[in-house]
Structure formats: C-alpha cells, structure tokens
Design a protein around this ligand. Structure first.
Ligand SMILES: CC(=O)SCCNC(=O)CCNC(=O)[C@H](O)C(C)(C)COP(=O)(O)OP(=O)(O)OC[C@H]1O[C@@H](n2cnc3c(N)ncnc32)[C@H](O)[C@@H]1OP(=O)(O)O
Length: 299
C-alpha cells in the first residue's frame, strides 16, 4: 500500500509496534507531527482489511487504537515505491475477558491475548509476510499461538494457523471466538489473568462480543440517517419457541446467534467460507442450556 508521504521516514523499522500513543518508537526523521500520517496509514489499512473480510465498517481505526489497549504490528517493505517504502500489512492484538467453554463444556472466565484483526495487502498475500508479522508478535508478547483466542477468524486465517502452527482442532464455543486444543491445558495460564486497571474496553462486554460485533453495535447506535440499513436476514428470525433460542441466550452475540456450523444470518460479514472451514474442522458450537450469565458458575 503506497502513500504520498515517505513511509520509511515515518516507520524507520521494518516492523513497528503501535499502541494508543500512535508513535513509531524513536522519533521519525525530521517530522513535525507524524501522528496525522500514522493515523492515515492505520485508517487506510483498517478500511482495506474490512473490505477483504467483507465487514460493513473497519474494526481498526486510529481512533479505536488510541482508545484501547491494543497493540498493532505494522510491516513495511522499505525498498519499494522509489525508495519511499510501502506498507505491507498489519496485525492487531489485545487482551479480552471472554467466557469460553472448556473441553468438558464448562464455562471458564479467561483473559487471553486475542487476534483482533490481521491483514496483508492483496497482491502480497502468500509471500510469507503474514508469518513474519505473526512470529514477531509471538516473540514480542512471549505467547504461544495455542494460548491465544481468535476473533472470528476468516478461512484464510484458519488455513494460515493450520499450516504454520498446526492449529486445526478447535474447542467448540457458543460465541464467535475460536480457541484450539491445548488452550485449556494449563488453566492458570489463560484463566484469572491478573486484572489490568479498569478501562472501558477491558470490561466484560455482554456475551463476550467480538470486535466485529462491537462494530455492528456501534453502527446500530447511529441515529438515522447515519445508521446503515441492515439487509434482510438470510433465514427467518428464530422465534422464542425455536429449538435454537436456548443456545442464543448463553454467551453468544445478541446481534448474531452462536456459530452453528451453517451460514448465520446477518449482512456484516460473509459467513460462508469461515463457516465451511469451521465445519470441516469439526468446530461446531455446542448447544447449551438456557442459563443467564448470572447463573453460570466459573471454575
Ligand atoms: C481474527 C482475524 O483477524 S480474521 C481476518 C484475517 N484476515 C483476512 O482474512 C484478510 C485477507 N487475508 C490476508 O490478509 C492474509 O491472507 C493473511 C493475513 C490471513 C495471511 O497473510 P499471508 O501473508 O497471506 O500469509 P503467509 O504468506 O505468511 O502464509 C500463507 C498461508 O496463509 C494461508 N492463506 C493466505 N492466503 C490465502 C488464500 N488466499 N487462500 C487460502 N489460504 C490462504 C494459507 O495457509 C497459506 O499457505 P499456502 O499458500 O501454502 O496455502
């Protein structure tokens, strides 16, 4: 991805770690206010990622990065574009409090590091850049991929995780986060992570909302005429007496039913490749009994 300004001056390192400060480590050469340009890069990457994932709105923006405790790893290729460099892609991670089902189907409160967004520009995919970003992040965060949770991974990302890290068998969940066999091996590593100081995004979102679902909620909250019209659901809405309505009441997104191995209703992201992939992976979500969150006991 090219920009009218000098990417190499803005990001001196090949991989830059950005946080809420939107600064690229050491001072960018001779720049008065590089923040605006960094914000432009993040916003453009966020838009391109949303487009690639068929999301209605970006889940990565400069403003969101400034208001959350996320880390964004940005990869550049310095030689391209007449020496000005190009931005190749990014990976965004952050800790989330999640209610997950372990292998026995018991709800566990966890706070794992989650992959929230991941994108390599279209023409550079399958050249190893994704792996370069991902392995840098693993070293920086000192975490194993199996200990992480994945916010509704796309089919490409699931294939990436299977190929590079052997992550194939996931533990069925009733929300849209994916975790793999081995995640619960040493519960103390993922469970009861020492709580960070209270901050808005660190709160437990109702039903462990994924970033994608939060975007959807934000879209809904916009007043007319700014709110996007929602397309009709692909299947009729479930009535209260539906056999699925019970599982919908537990830890799943209020805006979208838990993943059930078939295309779920909702216009916000094409479900089919992800669903088919998950289906192949035997990651069908478990249907659980009708419990309120207050009734769920944690172990
Ligand atoms: C939680 C989330 O962030 S979900 C969103 C993930 N992002 C997207 O789906 C956006 C579009 N896709 C991409 O940006 C990239 O393909 C990424 C980020 C998933 C992977 O980055 P890449 O640089 O392509 O990965 P890298 O070259 O290191 O590894 C290649 C492997 O990734 C997977 N992969 C990458 N592109 C594809 C593709 N078009 N189709 C299927 N698998 C793919 C494959 O396993 C591939 O191995 P293979 O070529 O032997 O089949």
């Amino acid at each position: 991805m090219e920009f009218p300004f000098d990417v190499n001056a803005l990001f001196p390192e090949r991989i830059t770690v950005l946080d809420h400060n939107l600064t690229a480590g050491r001072k960018a050469l001779g720049r008065q206010d590089p923040q605006q340009q960094i914000a432009t890069v993040i916003d453009e990457l966020g838009k391109a990622s949303a487009k690639a994932q068929q999301l209605a709105a970006p889940i990565t923006t400069a403003v969101k990065l400034q208001t959350n405790r996320h880390h964004l790893y940005l990869l550049k290729e310095g030689e391209s574009n007449g020496g000005k460099g190009v931005v190749v892609g990014f990976l965004k991670v952050g800790y989330k409090k999640l209610f997950l089902l372990d292998q026995q189907g018991v709800h566990v409160e966890t706070e794992p590091l989650c992959v929230l967004d991941f994108f390599v520009t279209e023409n550079l995919q399958r050249h190893g850049y994704g792996l370069e970003l991902f392995s840098f992040m693993l070293q920086h965060k000192r975490v194993e991929p199996v200990r992480m949770a994945y916010d509704r991974p796309s089919a490409k990302f699931l294939s990436f995780l299977g190929k590079h890290y052997g992550l194939k068998d996931c533990v069925p969940q009733v929300n849209n986060f994916v975790v793999f066999d081995g995640f619960f091996r040493d519960k103390s590593a993922v469970q009861l992570r020492k709580a960070l100081p209270k901050k808005p995004e660190g709160e437990i979102k109702p039903y462990s909302l994924t970033e994608r679902e939060v975007v959807r909620e934000e879209q809904r909250a916009l007043p007319w005429p700014f709110a996007r019209p929602t397309a009709p659901p692909l299947s009729p809405p479930l009535s209260l007496s539906s056999p699925y309505s019970r599982s919908l009441s537990v830890d799943s997104s209020p805006s979208r039913g838990p993943f059930r191995g078939s295309p779920a209703p909702g216009p916000y992201r094409s479900q089919t490749p992800h669903s088919q992939y998950i289906e192949n992976m035997n990651c069908r979500a478990r249907r659980t009994s009708s419990l309120n969150r207050s009734q769920i006991s944690f172990h």
